[in-house]
Design a protein around this ligand. Structure first.
Ligand SMILES: C[S@@+](CC[C@H](N)C(=O)[O-])C[C@H]1O[C@@H](n2cnc3c(N)ncnc32)[C@H](O)[C@@H]1O
Length: 189
């Protein structure tokens, strides 16, 4: 995570572990910032600071919404706390919009499970990713967590994804043919 305070100083606690700022890691951050610098001028972006209800109401079928709300049921330090009412309202607004959406949330850790996934979000498809939290004000908030991406459409499997990449590649490079698995390509004689 990268976060700066009002004085533009880096303010993510890192425990003063020297390996947290390994050269390769700093290079990675700088490259990401550089990439944003090239992407930003390519589009007419609009950044709005408003509640999700207003934002989602601006969307309709054919749009794509990515939501990263405060994690329900976990310690949230934002201005207003996030509760079940917010979670349900967010779900209702997302479905009412008719847009495709992805929402990131937590699934489980060794202590607890996110019960809202099987209730509020029960109609969603789910993908999981293991994540290790190095940053956290309290020691018990650090550690391994299973994260979830919830979506209202069936996500591509890894196999489908490779097929799409293959089709895109063979469109760009017509001399390619598929050999063996989906991702092995070779030039046709
Ligand atoms: C998990 S954080 C998202 C972090 C963000 N993806 C980023 O990379 O900076 C959740 C965010 O939801 C915002 N939030 C809380 N209540 C909200 C509401 N009613 N409408 C819109 N955003 C809200 C919080 O201020 C916080 O910034």
């Amino acid at each position: 995570m990268i976060r700066f305070n009002k004085n533009y100083k880096f303010n993510v606690p890192y425990g003063h572990k020297p390996e947290r700022f390994a050269k390769a890691y700093v290079t990675k951050i700088v490259n990401q910032v550089k990439r944003l610098e090239t992407i930003f001028p390519q589009n007419d972006w609009q950044f709005k600071c408003q509640s999700f209800e207003e934002t989602i109401k601006e969307a309709s079928e054919g749009d794509f919404i990515y939501c990263d709300p405060p994690y329900i049921g976990r310690h949230v330090d934002y201005y207003d706390s996030w509760d079940e009412e917010h979670e349900i309202l967010l779900r209702d607004e997302l479905y009412a919009s008719g847009a495709k959406f992805i929402l990131s949330t937590w699934d489980e850790n060794k202590y607890r499970k996110n019960e809202y996934i099987d209730s509020v979000w029960k109609d969603c498809y789910k993908l999981n990713q293991e994540h290790f939290y190095h940053v956290g004000a309290r020691e018990k908030n650090r550690g391994s967590m299973l994260e979830a991406l919830l979506m209202n459409y069936e996500p591509l499997t890894a196999q489908d994804q490779k097929k799409v990449e293959y089709e895109q590649l063979s469109f760009v490079l017509p001399g390619m043919k598929q050999v063996g698995s989906m991702c092995n390509l070779q030039m046709e004689e």
